[in-house]
Design a protein around this ligand. Structure first.
Ligand SMILES: Nc1ncnc2c1ncn2[C@@H]1O[C@H](COP(=O)(O)OP(=O)(O)OP(=O)(O)O)[C@@H](O)[C@H]1O
Length: 265
């Protein structure tokens, strides 16, 4: 299995319609890191993920993956999972996965043959197994619980075996009990599949539990006359130990003060 990539962010800024959203992001992320990303609503966390996916391009600066500039467009080696609504309601679990794979359209149109078809089937079978959805493979999303739908969304991202996995509040809509199961699933997949992960969350406890590195986004420059004059940057960058870790009371206090603390039981 190939190694997960190293990601370097050099002086990246993003401006939308003249409004700076992110400014001077600099980051050196070792291969296989699990980065959790927190920050106030609207500070540019999703924009950061979209730039890592090449759905958005930086206004200034650039991002490197294993020493090369990121491609200008999304590629199969980078997968993303959103909070909800990424699955097709009129397709079964299995067909959602087939469509998510490169072989999707031709298989659905009945045009894959021989080796390609069996490769597609193998990839779907393997991914269903990994994600625990084999028994539900012929169901439609409406017949699945919220947790199972999110498993399917993760499976869609994993079927192309990405080396970078981007997660944008993937468990935000789930009940706390289900969320704990999803944490175990995600950590297992991360260990097994050798990926560099960036996960946005509003739950600081989740950020500490899952991450090997915590990034906090916030504005450091403020103009009271012009609240949109400056963008956010990385204000807090913490390596985490990963063994039953919880934020220290001092860290919690600091994050609370900065307005980042939204623990969800
Ligand atoms: N395509 C776009 N065009 C113009 N403005 C945009 C675009 N995408 C995002 N923005 C603006 O950029 C800012 C950052 O948005 P973004 O979604 O990245 O924040 P966020 O930190 O992920 O927020 P939340 O935590 O609420 O999801 C917001 O003010 C948003 O309105």
């Amino acid at each position: 299995m190939s190694a997960p990539p190293k990601i370097v962010v050099r002086n990246v800024s993003k401006v939308y319609d003249g409004t700076p959203v992110l400014e001077r992001l600099n980051l050196n992320v070792e291969a296989g890191t699990f980065c959790t990303v927190v920050g106030a609503s609207g500070c540019g966390k999703s924009t950061f993920l979209r730039m890592l996916l090449s759905q958005e391009l930086p206004t200034r600066g650039h991002i490197e993956i294993d020493g090369n500039d990121l491609p200008d467009e999304p590629t199969p080696d980078r997968g993303i999972v959103f909070q909800r609504y990424s699955v097709f309601p009129h397709l079964t679990v299995e067909d959602n996965l087939i469509l998510a794979g490169e072989f999707g359209a031709s298989k659905l149109l009945g045009r894959t043959f021989g080796a390609a078809r069996s490769k597609a089937r193998d990839a779907v079978r393997e991914t269903l197994e990994k994600i625990g959805l084999t028994p539900a493979r012929r169901k439609y999303p409406a017949q699945l619980s919220g947790g199972m739908q999110q498993r399917l969304a993760i499976a869609q991202a994993l079927i192309k075996r990405p080396k970078v996995l981007l997660l944008d509040e993937p468990f935000g809509a789930l009940d706390p009990g289900i969320r704990v199961d999803m944490h175990d699933l995600l950590l297992g997949l991360w260990e097994e599949m050798s990926m560099t992960v960036f996960m946005v969350t509003h739950d600081i406890n989740e950020a500490f539990k899952l991450g090997t590195r915590l990034l906090v986004f916030d504005k450091i420059r403020h103009d009271p006359q012009a609240p949109d004059a400056y963008g956010a940057t990385i204000t807090y960058d913490l390596l985490l130990t990963r063994s039953g870790q919880e934020p220290s009371p001092e860290t919690l206090e600091e994050l609370k003060r900065a307005g980042h603390m939204h623990p969800q039981e």
